[in-house]
Design a protein around this ligand. Structure first.
Ligand code: PNW
Length: 480
């Protein structure tokens, strides 16, 4: 079969169409009802970390507008909604008993979704670690994800949420994109908590894996048998600029650090020999204790695949590497421990407002690979979307043809993978609403629905109408 296929794109009625958000990016109400700071509240207050010094204090005020937002989802015909729980809202110190008001917010949200016939898709951790688990105000604290105890705290938190919502939520996701938490949070430092320490980043990756493993076992123990438990990962679709052994080795290294480090223990109960060799100068991996890999290698009912853009890499010669190190080059505070000699390039093609190239073949490749390597596990695209320079026009509407084209191409890639037997069962557009785009503050708009940050008015963009039509009609013309 040629890619992309020239046939009409069709989705069966049991294919789930939805949209996604995360707590810190939309809720606001950062100091209400007993919520304490997360590492993102602290990071946003650290000068120079977030563009314009912006924070999630108000965000898009979803904490107060959830009913209106669910009505909007219903109007668009969404079949499922992926959201995350704010850990410091329901268990403020990251330890001990739950705060009932925090849990009530999510219970009301879930009930409203169910009432409207929208399937709730719950993520336990989308990056907002309670600050006390990273460091308490006295500077002692738990040390965050580089420490094993944080994985144990996560399992307790999972039990507490499962006990509160397990009677009404069927789809559970432990973590969102542990790569970002580990390597942007502790390696490059562009995400909270902003540390730049390659050993800490590798330790964080392992303890995030362990958190998934212990958390999924805690969920299974607390949830009814029908519950589905999975994880969302942002595995990379990596290409090399040439087939030279050096460039192919650069690709292999990035694949080990972006994909193998999570997929290895999750799907095969192992860290690959190449990953361990590539990082030998940083660690001997003695933080992996007996039983950890068995604890991580748990049955998965779903793998969430988050995809935006492919990666293009080449090798850097030792001489080039030396000059990069001298001149504050790319290897300083890189999110890629052990890959100093890898250069990252811009993939050709149109770019989004994030500077990310649009190339749907990367999603197709990723799904095909998971179809082989995670055979038998249903796949869901739990994030895919595009940041555009959206503006309200004179007609009061927001026209975003580039986003429609992006979604069309990526949905075609999903349909092509499905046509070749890959078990992809759903797609979540990132994001329902414009929101707080992490280190970029509010400068990047990913929403299908525009938000006026002054008035909090919601305006569905043309892409939202287009998506609503797709959900109803379940068919699209082929892409060129
Ligand atoms: C994901 N990278 O973040 C997150 O899950 C969302 O919360 C976020 O809004 C969305 O994608 C758009 O950025 C990522 O640098 C952030 O490779 C950065 C990277 C990948 C994903």
């Amino acid at each position: 079969m040629t890619y992309p296929s020239e046939s009409r794109i069709e989705f069966p009625t049991d294919f789930l169409f939805g949209s996604a958000t995360s707590a810190y990016q939309i809720e606001g109400a950062a100091q209400e009802d007993g919520r304490t700071p997360s590492i993102w509240d602290t990071f946003c207050r650290t000068p120079g970390k977030v563009l314009g010094g912006e924070t999630g204090d108000v965000a898009v005020d979803h904490y107060h507008r959830w009913r209106e937002d669910v009505a909007l989802m219903a109007e668009l015909g969404l079949e499922t909604y992926r959201f995350s729980i704010s850990w410091p809202r329901v268990q403020p110190t990251g330890r001990g008993p739950a705060v009932q008001r925090g849990l009530d917010f999510y219970r009301n949200l879930v009930d409203e979704l169910l009432e409207k016939g929208i399937t709730p898709w719950l993520t336990l951790y989308h990056w907002d670690l309670p600050q006390e688990l990273e460091a308490d105000p006295a500077g002692a604290g738990g040390g965050g994800w580089p420490e094993r105890a944080t994985a144990e705290r996560f399992a307790d938190y999972a039990t507490l949420v499962a006990e509160a919502l397990g009677d009404r939520v069927e789809h559970w996701t432990t973590l969102n994109e542990p790569w970002c938490s580990a390597f942007l949070g502790y390696g490059s430092g562009v995400h909270a908590p902003g540390r730049t320490d390659h050993l800490a980043a590798l330790r964080a990756a392992h303890h995030l894996n362990l958190a998934h493993g212990l958390g999924s076992q805690a969920l299974r123990a607390a949830l009814p048998a029908r519950a589905k438990v999975g994880i969302s990962i942002n595995s990379a679709s990596v290409r090399a600029v040439s087939d030279s052994p050096e460039d192919l080795d650069a690709k292999r290294r990035v694949e080990a650090l972006a994909n193998g480090i999570f997929e290895g223990p999750l799907l095969r109960g192992e860290y690959g020999a190449d990953l361990i060799a590539d990082t030998a100068e940083i660690t001997d991996w003695s933080f992996v204790k007996d039983g950890d890999l068995e604890n991580i290698h748990q049955p998965l009912d779903a793998i969430g695949v988050n995809y935006y853009t492919p990666s293009l890499v080449s090798a850097v010669s030792p001489e080039q590497e030396a000059s990069r190190r001298d001149g504050h080059g790319a290897s300083e505070h890189s999110p890629w421990p052990g890959a100093d000699r890898v250069a990252f390039h811009q993939t050709p093609g149109p770019v989004s407002e994030m500077g990310w190239t649009t190339d749907a073949s990367g999603l197709y490749d990723l799904l095909k690979r998971f179809g082989r390597e995670a055979e038998g596990v249903p796949l869901y695209v739990t994030e895919n979307g595009m940041a555009c320079d959206d503006k309200v026009g004179a007609d009061g509407a927001v026209h975003d043809p580039d986003r429609i084209d992006y979604l069309h191409r990526h949905l075609a890639a999903v349909a092509d993978a499905r046509a070749e037997g890959v078990d992809v069962r759903g797609y979540f557009l990132w994001s329902l609403l414009d929101n707080f785009e992490w280190a970029y503050g509010y400068s990047k708009r990913f929403g299908a629905v525009y938000v006026d940050y002054e008035t909090q008015q919601r305006i569905p963009k043309s892409s939202a109408r287009w998506y609503a039509d797709l959900v109803r009609e379940r068919t699209l013309p082929p892409v060129d």
